[in-house]
Design a protein around this ligand. Structure first.
Ligand code: M6R
Length: 617
């Protein structure tokens, strides 16, 4: 989704802004732009391009890119097509002000009509241009400073925003503000320079001292002066400087062709990091601070309600199964987008678990706010440290798998499932709802999972060869039962996201209630048929496909012979206990989707139309 970078200080802004935009490319976007300022006597220079940041660099090449202050943006189209006029930054009527914006101004159409009536002109179809015109109109008509004009204009706006405003008449000054869309300000030595961005990744190489703006806060950055933060009501806010550790090597591809492949291969290490200090094998214990600190609420919960989107929702389905299995408490799993508008029955006694890689998903945040207002306890399972969901949670557990750059989520999914397993075990232990034997056996098996994933990764060449057979398919059905049903849906989502092949994940037994009509000799069916208590039932469903001549690719447990007789292709995963099967069975499906997409020559890390962080509803 859209990304923002801004800089003001003593360095030349342009290369720094471009490097920042490259670091934000993982979020997914369809156009990019930059605004630069050399001094107050000159016009603000704006360069824009549709396509990639490299296309913007081509446009700006041989142009005047001087100046030590600037703002830049990658746009993921919401209002108006992905074309150059709609790309940010947008200029105000006079050309004195320019703005980059993440989010959506919901009342933009009304505001635009009001501004048109005052003589303002619009060169784009965007809500963003309305905002910069509104700021200028407020400044001129009320005779107030830029800072006051930004505050007053934002108070008229309905919607979500993270913005930076730059003023030709005030070289060096950048005004940033946020509501429901993240914004972080990096501080240079002695306040000599400021780095502003929509997440820490584009600015972490310059500073680790960061200030995260809260909703409805505005920051004024003037090099040489301390950062000033006020609320939209103009109340001063104490500046909370945090030290943010971000491993920049983790942002590089490390020799892999794509971030997605690196992230798939990183999973053994990531899961070890995720469990470090939490799974104490010697003591046969799982310790999660969220559970220790919120013991009462969690042990006495009348229900666990999981809210999330996409891959994180699939992790939620597994989380629900784990909670019911270990804690014997009802669990409900909802898409955050459905929950928020469902007039939900939720309140004190409920624990709402929000799962999110980015920690910024708009629907998940809105669902949490509803649960918070109703008095539920909020637990966050998040990857991005310091993100909005992490901060809105009463308690939480980071998944600690490092930044995920590939748009298709892989290591975040297995990290989420690992955290949810630890969480269910830790709560069950406190409740006394799990036997010592099962608790200890699950812990022992959990720590073996990274090595077992490694044995699957070692088969990637074989999986690549299998993928060759499926790259021309136009539909694929994924079937699994029990814990492998969410895995079937996750496998299907991975395939459709990056290969653009239509795929559906279904509970295997449900096939006969409809999808079986699709089965013929051209229809590939991916069965996840690992050894579980419902293995034999899955085999029966497979027979139904064989009888209709469907082509079967099966994920099986090592040494399985029964399925081999029915399937065209078989990929083996190591044996494990039922509740941990998804951590293994999902991995070959990730690799399969990856190689099918690569075989089709597609952009695996930035698939069309998708954004890494979905900050609009
Ligand atoms: O950042 P989140 O985990 O909240 O994101 C939720 C979904 O947008 C995300 O999982 C999406 O489905 C991914 N592209 C899946 O690969």
């Amino acid at each position: 989704m859209c990304g923002i970078v801004g800089y003001s200080g003593c360095r030349t802004a342009y290369p720094l802004l471009m490097q920042g935009l490259h670091r934000l490319e993982y979020r997914g976007y369809d156009s990019a732009g930059v605004a630069l300022m050399a001094d107050a006597e000159e016009k603000i220079k704006v360069y824009k391009a549709t396509g990639k940041v490299a296309d913007l660099e081509a446009v700006a090449e041989n142009q005047d890119c001087r100046g030590t202050v600037g703002i830049a943006h990658t746009r993921w189209a919401t209002h108006g097509a992905p074309n150059t006029p709609n790309a940010h930054p947008h200029l105000s009527e006079s050309g004195n002000l320019t703005l980059v914006h993440n989010g959506i101004i919901e009342n933009y159409a009304t505001l635009r009509e009001q501004l048109r009536a005052k003589g303002y002109h619009f060169r784009s179809e965007t809500d963003t241009e309305v905002l910069i015109q509104l700021i200028e109109y407020t400044e001129v008509s009320r005779g107030v400073s830029l800072q006051d004009a930004v505050r007053m204009a934002l108070s008229k706006v309905i919607g979500a925003y993270a913005i930076i405003v730059m003023d030709r008449r005030a070289p060096g000054v950048l005004v940033a503000a946020r509501k429901s869309s993240p914004m972080v300000i990096g501080l240079g030595e002695n306040d000599s320079e400021f780095f502003i961005a929509s997440d820490a990744s584009p600015i972490a190489e310059y500073t680790r001292r960061m200030v995260y703006l809260n909703d409805e806060e505005m920051a004024v950055c003037v090099p040489g002066q301390p950062l000033s933060v006020v609320t939209l009501q103009n109340a001063e806010v104490a500046v909370d400087v945090q030290h943010v550790d971000l491993d920049l090597n983790m942002l590089e591809k490390g020799g892999y062709d794509h971030f997605m492949l690196k992230e798939i291969f990183d999973q053994p290490q990531c899961l070890e990091d995720c469990m470090r200090g939490r799974v104490l094998l010697n003591h046969k214990r799982v310790i999660l601070s969220a559970v220790t600190e919120h013991r009462q609420a969690l042990v006495n919960a009348r229900r666990f309600l999981f809210v999330s989107c996409g891959t994180s929702w699939h992790a939620g389905l597994i989380g629900g199964q784990l909670i019911e299995h270990f804690c014997r408490v009802p669990a409900q799993v909802m898409y955050a987008s459905e929950f928020r508008y469902s007039n939900p029955v939720v309140g004190p006694g409920d624990v709402v678990v929000a799962i999110s890689q980015s920690g910024e998903t708009a629907d998940t945040l809105a669902a949490m706010q509803i649960a918070r207002d109703a008095g539920a306890t909020l637990l966050g399972v998040v990857n991005a440290v310091g993100s909005s969901i992490a901060r809105l949670s009463d308690a939480g557990a980071y998944i600690h798998v490092g930044p995920e750059i590939g748009v298709a989520s892989t290591k975040a999914f297995t990290g989420q499932v690992t955290v949810l397993t630890m969480m269910a075990l830790a709560i069950a232990r406190e409740k006394g709802s799990v036997s010592d034997c099962e608790y200890e056996q699950t812990i022992e098996e959990l720590v073996r999972i990274p090595d077992k994933i490694q044995t699957i990764l070692n088969q990637h060449d074989e999986i690549r060869r299998v993928a060759e057979h499926y790259k021309l398919a136009s539909n694929v059905l994924y079937l699994g039962r029990g814990a492998n049903y969410p895995v079937a849906m996750e496998g299907a989502l991975k395939l459709k996201e990056i290969s653009y092949i239509h795929a559906e994940g279904y509970p295997a037994a449900e096939m006969k209630h409809g999808p079986i009509a699709l089965i013929d000799e051209n229809m590939p069916v991916v069965f996840i048929a690992t050894h579980q208590h419902i293995y034999e039932k899955t085999i029966s469903n497979m027979q139904e496909v064989v009888a209709r001549k469907g082509r079967i690719l099966a994920i099986v447990t090592e040494g399985d012979t029964q399925v081999r007789q029915m399937a065209e292709h078989v990929i083996e995963v190591p044996e494990t206990i039922d509740c941990l099967v998804p951590l293994l069975s999902v991995v070959p499906l990730q690799i399969l989707a990856y190689y099918i997409a690569v075989g089709k020559g597609l952009d695996v890390d930035q698939p069309r139309n998708l954004a890494k962080s979905v900050t609009v509803e």
